[in-house]
Design a protein around this ligand. Structure first.
Ligand code: BES
Ligand code: MG
Ligand code: ZN
Length: 496
C-alpha cells in the first residue's frame, strides 16, 4: 500500500517529480521551488537540456537536504494535454524513480490540470497513474529481482483547505479504482497452470468476503448442466479443469432497479482446442480470461467506492484444450436459450461460452448488458494494440461508453454489428455456426464474432473486444509488461 500525504515545509523525500509544460512559463510554485534549489531548473532550461517535450525526463541533484533529487518531466504543449497523456507522463516518472530504487517520492500538483479537470480529478488520476506504474508482476521471480515498490508519495502544491479536501477525495477514490485495475492485471498475469476456473471463482468469493454488498455464487459442473449451458460444457470437455460459472451481485442501492449486467469471457487458457493454434499464436493465451478479470476488477472497485447502483457480474470460465474428450468441429451444441450452434472451429470458443452467459443474463431483465472478451485477433488487426473495439446497436450506450473512456484516458473505438455480419453466421445444419466472414471467411472477423453474440441477447447490449489492447509484451514507459487492466476505470466511470 502506498501512503499519500501533502508535503510540509521540511518533508524529506528521495525525489520530487516536477511536471513542466513545453510552451508555458513555470508557475509561481515552481519558481519558488527553484529558489530553494538555487536555480537549477532555470539552469537546465536555459541550457536547453530540458525543453518540456512530452515524456522528456531529466534527473537533477540539488544541494537540499530534504529533497536531494528532482525529476523534471515534460508535459508537452498545454493545449494538447489530455488525461491519457498526463497519466503516461506521471507513470513514466514514477517508474523512472523506481528504477533508481527510490520509494519516497514527491509530486508537484499542476495548477493547469486543476483548472481543466478540477482538483478531485487531479488527485484521482495522479493516484491511478502512480499505482498503475508501481505494479509489477514479479511474484514468480527470485527476491532480488523485485521492483522497488513505492512506499510514500507527497503532494506538493499551492492548495487551500478546500482544494486539499478535493484532492483527498480524489486520492481515496483513485486508490480504490487502481486496486481494481491492478487486480485485473494480477489475475491476467498469473500463469495458466495456476489460473484455473476454480482460482477465478475463489477470487470472486474473496471479493464477496471483503465487501458485504457483493453476493457471490459459483456454479460447478452439475449445476451448469442443470442450467443446460451446452456451449460452455462443450468447450470445457477437452480439459481436465472443471468449468465454473460465476455470479456476482452488487446492490449499492435499496431502490428496486433493473441491474446493469457485466459479462466476462473466462477462458483460462486457449490452445484453440482440436482446431489447435499454431505455436506462435498460442503464447499469451493465458490472458484469455481477461474479460472475466475485468469484471472482477470492476466489482472490486465499485464495491470499494460504494457506488449507488445495482450491478450483476456473470463469468463463464473453462479451459479450451484438445484433450481426448474434446468437442469437435462439426459438433452441434445447444446453448442455454435453446439455440443450436454448429461448431466450425473450436478456436472460436469465446463466443460459445459467452452465448450461455448472455442467455443467463436475460433472467435479470437487465437495464443493459456489457460483455468483455479477448474475443478476436481480427480486432487487433483492425485497431492495433492501443484501442479496444466497441460493438453495439445502441447509440446511447456507445456514446456513454466512449465518453467514459475519454474521461479516463482509455481508448474505445466503435465498430459495426449489422445484417451482413449476422447473415455470415447462417448454418445449413443448425440455427447458427460459430465462424463466418463477409465476402471471404477471413473478412470482418471482429464484427462477425460480435454478431454471433447478438443472437443471444434480448436486451440493450454492448460488447467490448479486448483482443486488441489487453496487454503489452515488453511494457511501456508508464506501465510494465503484462495485462494492462483495460476497461476497469472506464466502466467505473460509466457506472457512476
Ligand atoms: N482468444 C482468441 C482471440 C485472441 C487472439 C485474442 C489473439 C487476443 C489475441 C479467440 O478465442 C480466438 O481464437 N479467435 C479466433 C477466431 C477464429 C477462429 C474465427 C481468432 O481470432 O483467430
Ligand atoms: Mg480461441
Ligand atoms: Zn479465446
Amino acid at each position: 500500500m502506498i501512503s499519500y500525504a501533502f508535503a510540509e515545509e521540511k518533508t524529506r523525500m528521495e525525489c520530487l517529480i516536477v511536471p513542466l509544460f513545453e510552451d508555458k512559463k513555470p508557475s509561481t510554485l515552481v519558481k519558488e521551488l527553484d529558489e530553494v534549489f538555487e536555480g537549477i531548473f532555470n539552469e537546465v532550461v536555459e541550457m536547453k537540456d530540458f525543453e518540456g517535450k512530452r515524456g522528456e525526463l531529466s534527473l537533477l541533484y540539488t544541494k537540499d537536504n530534504a529533497t536531494p533529487r528532482v525529476l523534471l518531466v515534460g508535459l508537452g504543449k498545454q493545449k494538447e494535454l489530455t488525461i491519457r497523456k498526463y497519466k503516461q507522463v506521471i507513470g513514466a516518472a514514477v517508474m523512472n524513480a523506481q528504477s533508481k530504487k527510490m520509494n519516497r517520492i514527491g509530486c508537484v500538483a499542476i495548477t493547469e490540470g486543476e483548472k481543466m479537470w478540477g482538483a478531485k480529478k487531479m488527485g484521482l488520476e495522479t493516484v491511478v497513474s502512480i499505482e498503475v506504474a508501481n505494479y509489477s508482476f514479479d511474484t514468480y521471480k527470485q527476491k532480488d529481482a523485485h521492483v522497488t515498490p513505492i512506499k510514500s508519495v507527497y503532494i506538493v502544491g499551492d492548495l487551500d483547505t478546500n482544494k486539499k479536501k478535493q484532492w483527498e477525495k480524489g486520492i481515496e477514490e483513485g486508490q480504490r479504482i487502481a486496486a481494481g485495475v491492478n487486480m485485473t492485471r494480477r489475475l491476467g498475469n498469473i500463469p495458466p497452470h495456476d489460473m484455473t476456473p476454480t482460482y477465478l471463482a475463489k477470487e470472486a468469493e474473496n471479493i464477496g468476503k471483503e465487501y458485504k454488498k457483493v453476493k457471490v455464487k459459483v456454479l460447478s459442473k452439475p449445476e451448469i448442466k442443470k442450467h443446460k449451458m451446452g456451449c460452455l460444457l462443450g468447450v470445457a470437455k477437452g480439459s481436465e479443469m472443471e468449468p465454473k460459472f460465476i455470479i456476482l451481485e452488487y446492490k449499492g442501492t435499496d431502490k428496486p432497479t433493473k441491474p446493469t449486467v457485466l459479462v466476462g469471457k473466462g477462458i483460462t487458457f486457449d490452445s484453440g482446442g482440436l482446431s489447435l493454434k499454431p505455436g506462435a499464436y498460442m503464447t499469451d493465451m493465458k490472458f484469455d480470461m481477461l474479460g472475466a478479470a475485468t469484471v472482477l476488477g470492476i466489482f472490486r472497485a465499485i464495491a470499494a467506492l460504494g457506488i449507488k447502483k445495482h450491478v450483476v457480474g456473470l463469468i463463464a470460465s473453462c479451459e479450451n484444450m484438445p484433450g481426448p474428450n474434446a468437442y469437435r468441429p462439426d459438433d452441434i451444441l445447444t446453448a442455454m436459450n435453446g439455440k443450436t450452434v454448429e461448431v466450425k472451429n473450436t478456436d472460436a470458443e469465446g463466443r460459445l461460452v459467452l452465448a450461455d452467459a448472455l442467455s443467463y443474463a436475460s433472467r435479470y431483465e437487465p437495464k443493459e448488458v456489457i460483455d468483455f472478451a479477448t474475443l478476436t485477433g481480427a480486432c487487433l488487426v483492425a485497431l492495433g494494440n492501443e484501442r479496444s473495439g466497441l460493438f453495439s446497436p445502441e447509440q446511447k450506450i456507445v456514446d456513454k461508453l466512449i465518453s467514459a473512456a475519454n474521461d479516463t484516458g482509455e481508448q474505445l473505438w466503435h465498430l459495426p454489428v449489422g445484417e451482413e455480419y449476422s447473415k455470415a453466421m447462417d448454418s445449413l445444419v443448425a440455427d447458427i455456426k460459430n465462424t463466418g466472414g463477409v465476402g471471404n471467411p477471413r473478412f470482418g472477423g471482429a464484427s462477425t464474432a460480435a454478431a454471433f453474440l447478438q443472437f443471444f441477447t434480448d436486451y440493450p447490449w454492448a460488447h467490448i473486444d479486448l483482443g486488441s489492447s489487453y496487454y503489452s509484451d515488453k511494457g511501456r514507459a508508464w506501465i510494465r509488461h503484462g495485462a494492462n487492466g483495460f476497461g476497469v476505470q472506464t466502466l467505473v466511470d460509466y457506472l457512476r
